[in-house]
Design a protein around this ligand. Structure first.
Ligand SMILES: Nc1nc2c(c(=O)[nH]1)N[C@H]1C(S)=C(S)[C@@H](COP(=O)(O)OP(=O)(O)OC[C@H]3O[C@@H](n4cnc5c(=O)[nH]c(N)nc54)[C@H](O)[C@@H]3O)O[C@H]1N2
Ligand SMILES: Nc1nc2c(c(=O)[nH]1)N[C@H]1C(S)=C(S)[C@@H](COP(=O)(O)OP(=O)(O)OC[C@H]3O[C@@H](n4cnc5c(=O)[nH]c(N)nc54)[C@H](O)[C@@H]3O)O[C@H]1N2
Ligand code: SF4
Ligand SMILES: [Mo]
Length: 581
């Protein structure tokens, strides 16, 4: 039996049995995968790959492509060369190429389009961001889905939600809201205020976990004073939640084992780090950390505790707002910035100014279409790698199972560049992988897991300098001034961001009276664009929704990044809608 691991950007890090003709099946023996995969991997071989390298639209050989890449790197100053990596494949070896670009003194795009703002907030309070795996959540009695949509983004969590009391906090009535005991149809960007309102209400009825606060937190009294600075009315108004809903919430969780599962939805705003910190503060008041069946989980730091073989020192530019026009040579690996970065018009203008754009990826997309040099990558079945998951502690080996007929691996491309420039070559790839695994891996019940999870997360202490949980004591609010609708961006079942099958509709509330396929013009401070409409009942009246990966999904999103974490802030914007005649 040949085993590998799904490379995609997903909580589940599925273990895969590879059969004849590379047929992919979920590993039945794996505690998380439980024998099933999702749409992306079930149909993996149906999606067309880039089969040939090309330069200026002409097919060329791989040798020629790599030769041109070397010439371009020699012909442009390192300070005018940008390295940009997306999240098409989350294997550890994907970052090998960073080693070359750092040694070459090129500029590296840093930060993320994804979860970094929230990660900073969690690290401020807990010192490290550990996962709550489905095996942990299974022991809970109440699960709060806070801006996270497991039926789409984390399907291997679903078995652990069966029979639990669910509370959903989401401006969209997601599928699981139909099975929830309570759904806060929260106003977008209202989460920090809701978390503070719940904290105030909990203290008011004297239901906080006093022993936990005394023994395991640093600055509870300062947090209590900070809370006193807000009126409950004001907080509830900002979240658009009623007092009776708050009472219902407290009743549902009272005396129960509670897991809060937070997603990226809550932190697509400038103060995203503070939002996660406020949710964590509620978790700490309830004493949820370090206990069976309890906790607060987010997208964790998958590499926590492991040796990072490609950690480099380099000059950086923040990725979400990087100005491509400042560069002559742009190297893009495993990403599709022309679809996925915020503020597409800005991105397009910048990319069009660069004299050479290199796209190194698996599939054709908006970015490959604009690239001068296109280099096909190996798929995950065609190269050596290892996956550390952001949703559970299992380590997933990814051995090379077949020779590639068309692509080059990130490792091989990097070795070629290092050699051409006379830099020190990388160690053997299998050696690098074993060193990473050995640095923090341990066998448990027949599976390799991260040592950081031998005990329950945070059971032995927090990773802060004080060893205790640290509450937030301030935040900087930046209200959305513009009139108009909130524009929600969420994930969709059949796409993985812009990969696979995207859904291009603009979802609008039924109350607008629009019909399916009606055309509307949306405008924001960052651009305007026409969309075909799909009315839907699941949206608040003040919200519109475009799925991640939708055609023109980022024309209206802001050219901004989070206060901390160099993270994109897709929802820090309001948009105007005009019906086309
Ligand atoms: N099928 C599929 N799975 C995926 C992905 C995919 O594209 N497709 N992408 C992967 C990636 S890259 C990531 S980062 C994860 C993300 O996983 P999730 O965090 O689950 O993903 P999202 O759909 O972005 O956001 C979750 C929810 O947040 C809600 N939301 C939006 N704004 C707010 C708000 O202001 N407050 C609250 N409370 N909720 C809000 C949205 O309506 C949505 O239901 O999923 C991964 N898994
Ligand atoms: N409007 C809006 N925009 C968003 C989001 C949103 O919710 N709304 N979500 C954001 C989030 S959370 C994320 S994570 C980003 C993701 O944004 P990107 O990182 O750009 O992700 P994808 O669109 O999946 O594109 C990944 C590319 O990687 C390539 N690829 C796949 N496997 C490999 C490989 O093994 N090697 C190489 N070299 N290439 C490979 C594929 O061809 C694909 O084109 O999008 C962000 N953009
Ligand atoms: S659920 Fe996630 S990890 Fe599992 S096969 Fe699908 S994309 Fe891969
Ligand atoms: Mo993401």
């Amino acid at each position: 039996m040949r085993l590998t691991t799904c490379p995609l950007d997903c909580f589940d890090g599925c273990s895969i049995v590879v059969g004849e003709n590379l047929k992919l099946k979920g590993n039945k023996a794996h505690p998380i995968t439980q024998g099933y995969l999702c749409h992306h991997l079930n149909h993996y071989h149906q999606f067309e790959r880039i089969e040939e390298p090309r330069y200026l639209g002409q097919s060329i050989s791989m040798d020629e492509a790599l030769k041109i890449l070397v010439e371009k790197l020699q012909g442009h100053a390192p300070s005018k060369t940008l390295y940009f990596k997306g999240s098409g494949n989350l294997g550890v070896m994907q970052s090998a190429s960073k080693r070359f670009f750092a040694e070459h003194h090129a500029i590296l795009a840093s930060g993320s389009l994804c979860d970094e703002a929230g990660d900073v907030g969690i690290c401020e309070g807990r010192g490290a961001n550990l996962a709550l795996s489905p095996l942990h959540v299974k022991e809970a009695e109440v699960v709060i889905l806070w801006g996270r949509n497991p039926s789409v983004t984390n399907s291997h969590m679903l078995p652990s939600l069966k029979g639990k009391t669910l509370i959903v906090i989401d401006p969209v009535k997601i599928e699981l809201a139909n099975h929830a005991a309570l759904h806060f149809s929260i106003k977008p960007k209202g989460d920090l205020f809701l978390a503070l309102a719940l904290a105030k209400a909990l203290l008011h009825v004297n239901k906080e976990d006093k022993a936990f606060l005394q023994e395991r937190t640093l600055n509870f009294e300062a947090f209590r004073e900070f809370l006193e600075g807000f009126s409950q009315e004001e907080l509830l108004l900002k979240a658009d939640v009623s007092t009776s809903q708050i009472e219902q919430f407290l009743e549902l969780i009272h005396g129960k084992k509670v897991c809060i599962l937070a997603g990226v939805g809550v932190q697509k705003y400038r103060f995203g780090h503070s939002v996660l910190r406020s949710i964590d503060a509620l978790g700490a008041l309830l004493g949820l950390f370090g206990k069976e069946g309890c906790g607060v989980g987010y997208l964790s730091n998958s590499g926590f505790g492991f040796y990072a073989p490609f950690k480099v020192k380099a000059q950086t530019e923040p990725l979400p707002i990087v100005d491509f026009s400042k560069f002559e040579l742009v190297f893009i690996q495993g990403g599709n910035p022309l679809s996925q970065m915020p503020s597409t018009l800005n991105v397009r203008e910048g990319i069009e100014k660069a004299s050479c754009v290199v796209y190194f990826g698996l599939h054709e997309n908006e970015t490959s279409q604009k690239a001068h040099l296109v280099i096909p990558a190996c798929s995950f079945l065609e190269k050596e790698d290892v996956k550390l998951s952001y949703g559970h502690p299992f380590i997933g080996r990814m051995p090379k199972l077949v020779e590639s007929k068309m692509g080059v691996s990130e490792y091989a491309l990097t070795q070629t560049l290092l050699k051409a420039f006379g830099y020190t070559p990388l160690e053997e790839e299998k050696t690098i992988i074993e060193v990473v695994i050995d640095s923090n891996g341990v066998q448990k019940e027949g599976f390799l897991i991260s040592k950081s999870y031998e005990d329950l997360p945070y059971a032995k202490g927090f990773y802060t300098p004080s060893g205790r949980f640290e509450f937030l004591e301030s935040f900087e609010e930046e209200p959305l001034m513009d009139e108009g609708f909130y524009l929600i961006s969420a994930k969709q079942n059949r796409s993985l961001n812009s990969q696979f099958i995207t859904d291009d509709y603009l979802y609008v509330p039924k109350s607008l009276g629009l019909e399916q396929e009606d055309r509307v013009l949306l405008s924001s401070a960052y651009g305007s664009c026409e969309y075909a409409v799909m009315p839907c009942e699941e949206l608040r009246d003040d919200c519109l929704l475009l799925y991640s990966g939708a055609k023109n999904g980022n024309v209206l999103t802001p050219h901004l990044m989070s206060q901390k974490g160099e993270c994109a802030v897709y929802q820090e914007v309001k948009v105007r809608l005009d019906k086309k005649k």
